[in-house]
Design a protein around this ligand. Structure first.
Ligand SMILES: Nc1ncnc2c1ncn2[C@@H]1O[C@H](COP(=O)(O)OP(=O)(O)OP(=O)(O)O)[C@@H](O)[C@H]1O
Ligand SMILES: [Mg+2]
Length: 250
């Protein structure tokens, strides 16, 4: 059975999509077959891997119009498939709001998914889409940008996870917290790092992803940074992070 991992944090712009794309890519390089589910109507993960957003999408699968198998697209990278999304996904939440299985649609769709790992790129909210991701997942990866407000929303995320555990998914675990866009020169970064370590202990990944221009440029070329500039600091960090992730998987 696939290990399902949701990459989540309701704070916007903290590196969820970047982390999802680059971890997915590196896990395939380590021999795993990976499905990336783009669960964000912004569709950044889809465009970052240059898959078409005009074909069958996450929305079609969650609304029952398509099977997962028919909807996934291959990428340029072997062993890496994507379930793409488009802006239409945003209206799905209201469409299925009154349906009984609304929170477990993704879980049902991913049952028997023929991959080693499924990585879900969540939107920056704690709405029904994210709840679907948390219900479907074995664990979560939480990217955190090391800046002043970094810790503020984390309480709400942990509370949401607690509710999901109670109602839908008792074994939902934190696979890890990863510091992204880190600027090691500031005292603020080190303070945030200390606080994260105090709160998450061994769940905080050793690897810190630095702020690195190559990481930011790669999506405009439709590539993971490991393809765009293999020896950049960002590419090396995501490779190391993926190694840690593999070590934590059962
Ligand atoms: N390590 C990094 N170095 C430099 N730029 C980065 C790095 N990680 C991410 N970025 C850039 O920061 C921006 C936000 O990153 P990303 O889209 O991954 O965040 P997100 O959490 O998915 O955002 P959203 O909440 O909108 O979905 C993007 O422009 C991305 O290219
Ligand atoms: Mg994103």
């Amino acid at each position: 059975m696939a290990q399902v991992i949701a990459v989540t944090n309701q704070k916007g712009g903290v590196g969820k999509t970047t982390t999802t794309i680059n971890v997915a890519y590196n896990l395939t390089k380590a021999g795993k077959s990976v499905l990336l589910v783009d669960l964000d109507p912004q569709g950044n993960a889809s465009s970052g891997l240059s898959v078409s957003r005009d074909k069958t999408t996450t929305r079609d699968v969650l609304s029952g119009k398509s099977s997962l198998k028919d909807a996934v697209q291959k990428t340029s990278y072997s062993k890496l498939d994507v379930l793409a999304t488009d802006a239409e996904l945003a209206t799905l939440e209201t469409e299925i709001a009154t349906e009984k299985n609304r929170a477990i649609r993704l879980k049902e769709a991913l049952k028997d998914a023929p991959y080693d790992v499924v990585l879900i790129d969540c939107p920056p909210s704690l709405g029904l889409l994210t709840v679907n991701a948390l219900s479907a997942a074995h664990s979560v990866i939480i990217p955190v940008q090391t800046e002043y407000y970094a810790l503020e929303g984390l309480g709400q995320l942990l509370e949401t996870m607690k509710l999901v555990r109670q109602a839908l998914n008792p074994h939902l675990a934190i696979l890890g917290v990863v510091m992204t866009m880190h600027n090691s020169r500031t005292t603020l970064s080190s303070q945030v790092e200390e606080q994260l370590r105090a709160n998450f202990k061994d769940r905080l990944f050793e690897t810190v992803v630095p702020r690195n221009i190559r990481v930011a440029e790669a999506p405009s070329h439709g590539k993971p940074v490991g393809e765009y500039d293999k020896w950049s600091k960002g590419a090396r960090a995501y490779k190391a992070l993926s190694k840690e992730i593999l070590e934590r998987l059962p």
